[in-house]
Design a protein around this ligand. Sequence first.
Ligand code: NIG
Ligand code: FE
Length: 434
Amino acid sequence: GKYNIFDWSEFCIFTQSNIAMKIVIKNIAELIQTESTPKKWVAGADMKNISTIKDAFVEIENGIITGFGSMDNWSGIDNWSNTEIIDAEGGMIFPTFCDSHTHLVFAASREEEFVDRIKGLSYQEIAKKGGGILNSAEKLQNATEDELFESALARLNEVIKMGTGAIEIKSGYGLTLESELKILRVIKRLKEASDVTIKATFLGAHALPKEFKDNKDGYMDLVIDEMLPKIAKENLADYVDIFCEKGHFTVEDTKRLLEAANKFGIKAKTHVNQFNAIGGVKASLDLGALSVDHLEQMNPEDFDVLLGSNCMPTILPSCSFFLGIPYSPARKMIDKGLPIALASDFNPGSSPSGNMNFVASLGCIKLKMTPEEVINASTINSAYAMGVEKELGSIAIGKKANLFITKPISSYAYLAYSFGENIIEKVILNGKLQ
Ligand code: NIG
Ligand code: FE
């Protein structure tokens, strides 16, 4: 009789708030992308290798991975009252995806342009007519910060369910001081509201607003002399970005912006070589860019400058898929010894999807990458591309416990193979079940 009145709920609240909680995940068919010596990235032929442990366990304390290994080597639990057991039930565990390039904060979808493209217009023709980025900017300028926050948070929660545990989010649909600040403040609120790791990028130089149609230098002055200093002062951006492309911004604009950003200690992640290779790769590298993204068009010179640099070439195959433009020569890049990161480019115009499982499938199917290369590209390499490789991107002691548990699958290659299927059963971020 006495034991029936013991209040377990109170007991659990006590343990959670007062004692460091430990989690053990057992029954893992295969633990994927384990790392014993930390590395910044993997390049070239090394991308073909990943380390895994079959029949494994993982231990987590205070949101950090504190141990992992084969069940045979598991020492057991010393303090049961303090430990939560999660049964992976024969599923596999992967580190969560790092999605190092997105435009997650936007006011509205753009399926009317999608229909225009089906009928024969090109992405660039639509942009020239005032569609594209300017269309998104007009809608965003008319949305409130709260509306943008709510819709972006809903999108963020959807991509978390699909296994994303770190995400870079760009501004670039504001195009005025006020609206660029509005997006960056939304991203700051997302950082505070979510367990996902977020980096913010200032992309004021995304498209030329109508008011500056014949005055590109005037707009660049606004971006560099007014927006950037204010954003730096308020600490709203981790990185800076520019769309270096014919009809958008030049190599000269890119150099000016990156030089100015460097003075504030802000590194660049640039949009280069999407439609035309005009020298954006070299300009970005010369000014210490962390990543160069898109790379659908590559000159021989681009390969040469990337080799031996510290810059991560980042490929966005969902954009090629959605727009029907060429895929980046990933196979050639890896075979020449380069590292590759994969990201979703989630945005309403060129990639209305933040599904990294699908990105993995496109990596194998369209870019001819092996499943191991795709795993490296979407975890450790994309972690580097957003500056979080020391805390994320692999299963390693001391890294954040951001991982997902799959349904029982026959091999890790099944993830990229079974495109369109959701094999993710549970997502854990900072040691917390989502
Ligand atoms: O990465 N290329 C430039 N920016 C985005 C697309 C922006 C849009 O169409 O809204 C991209 O593809
Ligand atoms: Fe983009």
